[in-house]
Write a protein that binds this ligand. Structure first.
Ligand code: F6P
Length: 357
């Protein structure tokens, strides 16, 4: 049996743990009858036929390693699925590599875009199973993706550290958290780090509500304020603009990062010093936390079971505390947003955390 692996899109913690889970599961079943191929740098490796053969030993000590031992890249679905010749060539090259290598199945660890490509390859007749990775936790069909909890831990630790300096100086700190177009990471890290205000893309913020909340908290004696702001936040006014108008407005404003934009909006109304910080890629870096090691291992085992049962075209999932699987066609290309009536959102409000409304 020949099994290919690739890790696509932005990296995250526990990619290696997930591949290890699948490899070890299949090795225990098949012993010397299973061969592993690691395609280098995501779909690029499949397009160009770049891979390294891997032995079970190569998976043994990678459980706690960050990044991916076979490399990542973003190969946007748009580029792969272009209706022109170049796009068709890329798909053809991937199918050719798969066939030339004689794979029985390709295991793709990826986020939203990567799942679209995985589904496309499955529809073209390749045996594919997938592993849900992303620090953004925005994949449809799962409660928690691996990488998410490690990123929450990093962001929480970062904001914890800002708390003490913000307190000493009595400042307002706007901290930018990753998460692409969703607020899962900001919501969780914001609550875990005792942030006063949490702003997420799903709830366009009203600057007056944010200012009012800062004033109220000051009146109550709070000497400093921490605002956890997702990178994708949008103001109420901006949410009424078309995509084109918004792009123009942001360009005219110097294409600032979200934290800077918000700080500038707040400046005229807040008499405290305002500082900004952006956590950035360390949220995806370093070793996976124990929770992610276990989750990714379990999802990896599920991918192994799917392969064993020839159940192709499925993503391994974690829903209601159980590992299971879902057809790729049900989830590929769908983004899971935070609902405004999400229990955690409602509980945050009950704790007096301002969500910008
Ligand atoms: O999807 C993971 C993520 O870290 C997002 O949170 C962020 O918007 C994006 O990737 C950053 O991408 P890049 O690594 O390409 O800068």
């Amino acid at each position: 049996m020949k099994i290919g692996f690739l890790t696509s899109g932005g990296d995250c913690q526990a990619l290696n743990a997930a591949m290890r889970g699948t490899a070890k599961y299949l090795y225990e079943k098949e012993r010397n009858k299973v061969e592993f191929y690691g395609f280098l740098d995501g779909y690029k490796g499949l397009i160009r036929g770049n891979y390294k053969k891997m032995k079970i030993d190569d998976f043994e000590d990678i459980l706690n390693l960050g990044g991916s031992v076979i490399g990542n890249s973003r190969t946007p679905f748009k580029l792969i699925n272009e209706p022109d010749e170049e796009g068709r060539d890329k798909v053809k090259s991937m199918i050719d590599t798969y066939k030339k290598t004689g794979l029985d199945c390709l295991v793709v660890a990826g986020g939203n875009g990567s799942h679209k490509t995985a589904n496309l390859l499955f529809e073209k007749g390749l045996n594919v199973v997938t592993l849900p990775k992303t620090i953004d936790n925005d994949l449809e069909g799962i409660d928690v993706s691996f990488g998410f909890q490690s990123a929450i831990d990093v962001a929480t630790d970062y904001i914890d550290k800002l708390q003490s300096t913000a307190k000493s100086h009595g400042r307002v700190f706007v901290v930018e958290v990753m998460g692409h177009k969703t607020g899962w990471l900001t919501l969780h890290a914001g609550i875990a780090s005792n942030s006063d205000i949490i702003l997420i893309p799903e709830i366009p913020y009203d600057i007056n509500a944010v200012v009012k909340d800062i004033e109220e908290k000051e009146k109550r004696g709070k000497k400093y304020i921490i605002i956890a702001a997702a990178e994708g936040i949008i103001s109420k006014e901006e949410s009424l603009l078309t995509k084109k108008e918004l792009k123009k407005k942001r360009k005219e404003g110097g294409n600032l990062i979200a934290a800077e934009r918000l700080a500038r909006e707040l400046e005229p109304y807040v008499d405290k010093e305002i500082r900004t910080a952006s956590i950035g890629h360390i949220q995806r870096g370093g070793n996976p936390c124990a929770y992610d090691r276990v989750l990714a291992t379990r999802l990896g085992v599920m991918a192994g079971e799917l392969i064993e049962n020839k159940k192709y075209g499925y993503m391994a999932t974690f829903v209601d505390n159980k590992i299971s699987s879902v057809p790729l066609s049900d989830v590929a290309g769908k983004t899971k947003m935070v609902n405004i009536d999400n229990q955690l959102v409602l509980q945050a409000k009950k704790l007096g955390i301002c969500l910008g409304e």
